[in-house]
Every structure is written in C-alpha cells, then in structure tokens.
Design a protein around this ligand. Structure first.
Ligand code: SAM
Length: 283
C-alpha cells in the first residue's frame, strides 16, 4: 500500500530541519575534490510546486519555509539552504520547493553521482522527468532499503545516504535503523542521515536503543518539536539521526535550532517549539 505523497507536506517544518541539514552535509562533501555517491532511499518526486492543489490543500509550507524565506536575520548556518530555495524561485516568490533530489542536484559535480530510489508509480514518473538531463543520476523503482545496501561501499569510499521513509508502516522505524546498521558494516565511514517523525515517543525511544545496542559509532541526534508529546494522532515533532556528521554540524545546529524555535511555532498553539541536540553515540 503506497498512499503517502510528499507533495502535501513539501516545505513544512520537518522539511526545513531535514533539508537544512542535508544542505550542510552536501556542502561539506563538496569541499573536497574527490567525488562521492549521494544515495536517497526514499526520494519522492524531486521538486514540488507550492501552488498546486496538494500544497495548497494542507498549507503546511506556510508554517515552514514561507516563514523563513524573507527573513533578514537568518543565522549563517541556515543561509545555504535558504539561498538554495531562493535560487529556484523568482525574487519575492515562493512557487517551487526542492525535494531531497533537487538539493543533491544543486551540489552535483562531474565527479559525483546520485542514486535515487522511489516506489510510488506517480512520483517515480515525476522523479524520472526531473532527473532527465542530470548526468550520472540513476533512478530506480525498487525498494530503497535494499537498493541502498546494494551500492555500499561506494567505489571511492565517499558517500552520503539519506533515508527518509514515510513511516506508513510501523516496521519502518525498526527497518530504517537496521538498514543503517547493515550499511555501516559495509561502509563505516559514510554519512547517514535518517529522518523520523515524533508521533509516539516510544517508537523514537526504540530507535535510540537500537542504535545504542549496535556497532554504529558517532551518531548525532537532533529533534525539533512544535508540540508536547501526546498519545493523540499526529506528528508533534521531527528529528534526525546523523551518523558520521561533518565535524562542524553540531555547532551549526546550535545556531539554527533556537532561531527555528523563534520562527516556526505551531499555528494552532502558543507553545514555543522545543529542541534537543545530543551526541547519542561517541566516535
Ligand atoms: C517522505 S517521502 C520522501 C521525501 C524526499 N526524501 C524529500 O526529502 O524530498 C517518502 C517517499 O518514499 C516512498 N517510498 C515508500 N516506501 C518506499 C520504499 N520501500 N522504497 C523506496 N521508496 C519508498 C514514498 O512513495 C514517498 O515518496
């Protein structure tokens, strides 16, 4: 069953956190000339219109990217991401929003390659169209967990892996971490970014425990919650586990998180968003 469509959620507060981190990680990777693999296990459509019926129906981007794009006091660490979004849009407009493949394409160099997996029949078509004139980009309609493992280790031993499942299936929580553990055994120096929603606290706690009991080292965990934990239905927060983060990422997030907490409150509550940033497992 594949019902999730990222077009409804593009540019929301969870995308802001995920994509600002992805931007910083990819920017760091391109500082060295040596090429790298970008692997995206759950790619989505590639690029999103914020003017179409999906984005307009939920309006989620209005409480995410739209609140940041015209700010003049952005912290330095948030600027590369905002500049990237601006580069896709006309001045003073916010019509397009980059999915993770579009962020990777922005940083693409001749020596790098991108490996994108997506299962949804409509989004694979959008993704294929988006990647058409992108040399060294490989799009496959196969399961992303298996797809990414089949590529590790990359030939030149440099790589960034994004795992961004929809969590429609409860098994995704366990499977995503397990895939990183398997990937790490093949390629322990790669950077892995795993996105998760905070829907039920127990599911996040279980992911943490799974990491802590694994051989994986050097895991940074960041979390940003617009609302307090609840047993009601719905996403109250968002987080990332980042294995082998760039050395300055923690300091950059220390700059970004208080700013996001000031700007991205939940539209229907007066609660100030909270955040945590923790080295879950040392190097
Ligand atoms: C959260 S969205 C991805 C968003 C994208 N990474 C971004 O940041 O722009 C998750 C996507 O995973 C796809 N998907 C679900 N299960 C999958 C699987 N096993 N392998 C590959 N793609 C899958 C869904 O169709 C959906 O488009």
């Amino acid at each position: 069953m594949l019902s999730y469509r990222h077009a409804f959620h593009a540019g929301n507060f969870a995308d802001v956190l995920k994509h600002s981190v992805l931007t910083l990680v990819l920017e760091y990777m391109t500082r060295k000339d040596k090429g790298f693999y970008y692997i995206d296990s759950h790619s989505g459509a590639g690029m999103y219109s914020l003017e179409d019926e999906y984005a307009q129906k939920t309006g989620e981007f209005k409480d995410g990217i739209a609140k940041l794009i015209n700010q003049s006091d952005l912290p330095e660490a948030l600027q590369p991401y905002i500049e990237l979004v601006k580069s896709l849009n006309l001045e003073d407009e916010l019509a397009l929003y980059p999915g993770s493949p579009a962020i990777a394409k922005y940083f693409d160099r001749r020596q790098d390659s991108a490996h994108l997996f997506e299962l949804h029949p409509t989004d694979i078509q959008h993704l294929t169209d988006f990647c058409q004139r992108w040399n060294k980009c490989h799009v496959k309609q196969v399961d992303g967990y298996q797809g990414l493992l089949s590529l590790l280790p990359p030939p030149n031993r440099r790589g960034v892996v994004l795992i961004d499942p929809p969590y429609e299936l409860k098994e995704d929580y366990h499977k995503a971490v397990n895939t990183i553990i398997k990937g790490y055994k093949k390629f322990s120096t790669g950077s892995y970014i795993l996105w998760y929603p905070v829907v039920k606290r127990g599911l996040v706690d279980a992911m943490q425990t799974q990491f802590v009991n694994s051989p994986v080292k050097n895991v940074l965990q960041v979390e940003f919650c617009q609302q307090s934990d609840t047993d009601e239905y719905g996403m109250t927060g968002t987080g990332l586990f980042i294995v082998n983060p760039p050395w300055q990422l923690k300091a950059q997030l220390t700059e970004i998180l208080p700013y996001l907490s000031q700007k991205l409150n939940h539209p229907s509550t007066n609660e100030r968003p909270t955040f945590t940033l923790e080295q879950l497992i040392e190097e």
